[in-house]
Design a protein around this ligand. Structure first.
Ligand code: AMP
Length: 418
């Protein structure tokens, strides 16, 4: 027997109402904030990701699904959504549109990670990006939009964490200080952090191991090393967030896992959980578009993991709209009746009424049992008598009451009832 590959999951019919709920809230939100949908391919030139996410990051060194196609092109399954949006922005000349260009996506993301609860090798993200504006008001608007996404789902008691990790002018001085601090503590670090110290010192701050946590808590803070421009930007963002009354907390250990971030970074976390269960995160990436060959173009974005959204909807016992239709069941006896049943199913569907016609060779009793287990409120029954008289017997499955009527009258009755 085949099984879904490790770290992937089927989204079964009974789960779909959670997913459609999350997606409909996401698309409503995008309409309200003026974002338009962009769909990009599931795979891209692998260099798009190595150049943007960063050579030393976990995603690039350990997690990308990279492969060579039959023509020798080296491609990678999309491990995140921002770089493809920036590639499309440049490829389609969106820099000529009024800025910022506001785009969103709902897409599968692929990362070869160690599977655990809420961590998959294929997961889905809802993300949005505002490209082409450096105004701190845009940072606040994006953070607000992310927060409103979770509020609109009814999720409660979430944490909104923010930080600023500076820009390429001020970050080197901060990293020097961070390395000086950590060089005195190297022996106590976990093996991963020892390598981070060399390759990606910023990530020392968000190690989840308890041995490293205490050290990160006392480490120098990026906020104390910001250049004048980054500090003014950060203060403006904070001012706007306060005006919007968003319940944010400054967290100096928040650095995010991708290299392209500059200035503002933020994350939304569920109640009472470890940091690896972040519900979503984002930040500014003012150098990325230029890095990918465009002119200097500031931008900011956010992405939410939808599996974790669904997990938290269930944990918080949020009732989502039930999307399953309760179809009219069409039972029949005899070959002629079966033909009439098919025609009736078509007529009902043409009138917007969900219908399921019995197939196979069940007895009438068996067909009605099936109608019951499909939760049909009505069964339309066609036998020899009905065929002869050109009518249908409608059975109310709750009460067992039956009445005989013509197909047109049946449509009218069912339409009134829906
Ligand atoms: P990131 O691009 O790593 O910040 O991811 C954005 C969001 O996607 C995270 O906050 C998570 O909610 C979700 N996410 C990231 N990686 C995974 C994964 N392997 N499985 C499920 N969700 C994930």
């Amino acid at each position: 027997m085949y099984k879904a590959p490790r770290g992937t999951a089927d989204i079964l019919p009974e789960e779909q109402s959670y997913w459609r709920f999350a997606e409909s809230r996401a698309t409503d939100l995008c309409r309200l904030y003026g974002y338009q949908r962009l769909d990009t391919p599931a795979f891209e030139d692998f260099q798009l990701f190595t150049r943007s996410i960063g050579e030393g990051t976990d995603i690039v060194t350990k997690e990308m699904y990279t492969f060579e196609d039959r023509s020798g092109n080296v491609l990678a399954l999309r491990p995140e959504g921002t770089a493809p949006v920036c590639r499309a922005y440049l490829e389609h000349g969106m820099d000529n549109l009024p800025q910022p260009v506001k785009l969103y996506y709902l897409a599968a993301i692929f990362r070869y990670e160690r599977p655990q609860s809420g961590r998959y090798r294929q997961h889905y993200q809802f993300g949005f990006e505002a490209v082409g504006d450096s105004d701190p008001a845009l940072d606040a608007e994006v953070i607000d939009m992310a927060w409103q996404f979770y509020s609109s789902l009814g999720l409660k008691n979430l944490f909104l964490l923010i930080n600023s990790i500076g820009c390429k002018k001020c970050r080197p001085r901060y990293l020097d200080n961070l390395k000086i601090y950590y060089s005195d503590h190297l022996v106590g670090l976990c093996p991963d952090c020892k390598s981070r110290f060399e390759k990606n010192p910023l990530r020392l701050l968000d190690c989840k191991k308890s041995s490293c946590y205490g050290m990160a808590e006392k480490a120098p803070k990026s906020i104390d090393f910001l250049c004048r421009e980054c500090l003014a930007h950060f203060q403006a963002v904070v001012g706007y967030l306060e005006a919007l009354k968003l319940p944010f907390k400054l967290n100096h250990r928040l650095v995010r896992g991708l290299d392209y971030y500059t200035k503002t970074v933020f994350e939304i976390q569920p109640p009472g959980e470890a940091a690896q269960s972040a519900l979503g995160g984002g930040g500014r990436y003012d150098d990325l578009i230029q890095e990918l060959g465009g002119k200097p173009t500031p931008a900011i974005g956010f992405a939410a993991g939808l599996e974790r959204v669904v997990l938290n909807l269930k944990k918080q016992k949020i009732v989502v709209p039930d999307l399953t239709a309760t179809p009219v069941f069409i039972a029949h006896l005899g070959n002629e009746a079966k033909l009439e049943a098919m025609k009736l199913a078509r007529t009902l569907r043409d009138n917007g009424i969900a219908a399921i016609m019995a197939t196979g060779d069940r007895s009438l009793k068996g067909q009605l049992r099936l109608a019951n287990s499909l939760c049909s409120n009505y069964a339309a029954i066609i036998g020899d008598n009905e065929v002869k008289s050109g009518v249908v017997t409608l059975r109310n499955m709750m009460t067992g009451e039956q009445e005989t009527l013509a197909a047109t009258a049946l449509v009218k009755l069912l339409k009134e009832g829906t």
